[in-house]
Design a binder for this molecule. Structure first.
Ligand code: AMP
Ligand code: MG
Length: 319
């Protein structure tokens, strides 16, 4: 419930200062296991409807819980013919796995399953189970050759850390292709500003405070920009009386616990922002700041565990 309130709060606050046309069109739906909201300042109901239908279709294609889709066939059979879009997403995911030295790892699925089981049994994974699971994790186990994807060594893929960003990019591209010049796409905090406000000013996007997700850490200016946050404040595993992050370190198998409370990435691609937000959260501040400094189109806001907030130079703070 708290998460829903936070999302609604963030969604509403996007509109702060928006010089919108008389009646922006807005639609929300629970998809991708979260609340998705699209607001058009330019465009009609039919465009909104088809955009949501496309998001629902992408979810069917990329969710690991749909047993008949490409992801499940690949995870089950170890090799599968996939669509061009899926092949492109897997290839891009491998790029971010390499860039982050495996902090973002597209083959984290067995680890996620291990911690889901641990939560269900209310018992931490044993060292033996962790070692056995880690042996199956590693992005080099995935190869993509044209539209054939292959997994080796018992690896399984999990698109959970990149799919929402990719689907947000696809929704934004669809809106642009259909003539929309001003919109906000928010897929559970994976936000894309399409164009700018109708007056030409950038949109104002709120970043949730990980220490109090009902409040805002800051608001940033965004025009043709993705703003994506990763943190442990929304989801996690509860075992005994401790809450563990749902983001796992693929090198140790452990839930992330470091000097960061959340990371927000700002860059033109929501796919990249989603993958790098997860990667940076795993890496901790020092390594993450080095990674972001080397990416010329990318900025970040680091909410530190001790309450400090560090933004890179290109972040345009609205308030
Ligand atoms: P996000 O909220 O984008 O940071 O993605 C978190 C989700 O991605 C988790 O719920 C898992 O399904 C999956 N995941 C967890 N840890 C990792 C990781 N280190 N690399 C890639 N995916 C991960
Ligand atoms: Mg992510």
């Amino acid at each position: 419930m708290k998460r829903v309130v936070a999302l609604l709060c963030v969604s509403v606050l996007f509109l702060v200062g928006t010089a919108c046309r008389a009646q922006p069109l807005s639609q929300s739906a629970v998809l991708l296991d979260t609340t998705c909201k699209i607001t058009l300042y330019d465009g009609d109901e039919a465009l909104l409807d088809t955009c949501f239908a496309r998001i629902a279709a992408d979810e069917q294609r990329w969710s690991k819980t749909i047993t008949t889709n490409e992801v499940s066939r690949l995870n089950c059979d170890g090799a599968a013919a996939v669509s061009e879009d899926t092949a492109a997403l897997l290839t891009e995911a491998l790029t971010y796995s390499t860039l982050s030295n495996g902090a973002f790892d597209i083959t984290a699925a067995p680890l996620t399953a291990l911690w889901e089981k641990a939560e269900a049994q209310n018992a931490l994974p044993t060292a033996t189970a962790l070692t056995a699971t880690l042996a199956c994790v590693g992005y080099t186990h995935l190869t993509v050759d044209g539209t054939t994807a292959t997994l080796t060594g018992g690896a399984q893929i999990d698109l959970g850390a990149i799919a929402k960003g990719a689907i947000a990019d696809r929704a934004a591209a669809y809106l642009r292709e259909n003539g929309c010049t001003s919109a906000l796409v928010d897929l559970g905090g994976n936000i894309v500003a399409v164009g700018s406000k109708t007056g030409g000013e950038p949109f104002t996007v709120g970043i949730a405070d990980p220490h109090d997700p009902d409040a805002l850490l800051m608001t940033v200016k965004a025009a043709d920009l993705a703003v994506v946050t990763s943190g442990s404040y929304e989801r996690g595993y509860t075992i005994g009386d401790k809450r563990y992050s749902h983001i796992l370190d693929p090198h140790t198998g452990q839930p992330v616990e470091n000097d960061l409370a959340s990371v927000t990435i700002l860059c033109p691609s929501a796919t990249k922002a989603d993958a790098l937000a997860t990667a940076c959260f795993v890496m901790g501040y020092d390594r993450a700041a080095t990674l972001i400094a080397a990416e010329s189109d990318t900025d970040a806001v680091f909410a530190m565990a001790d309450g400090r907030v560090i933004a890179t130079e290109g972040v345009e703070i609205a308030s």
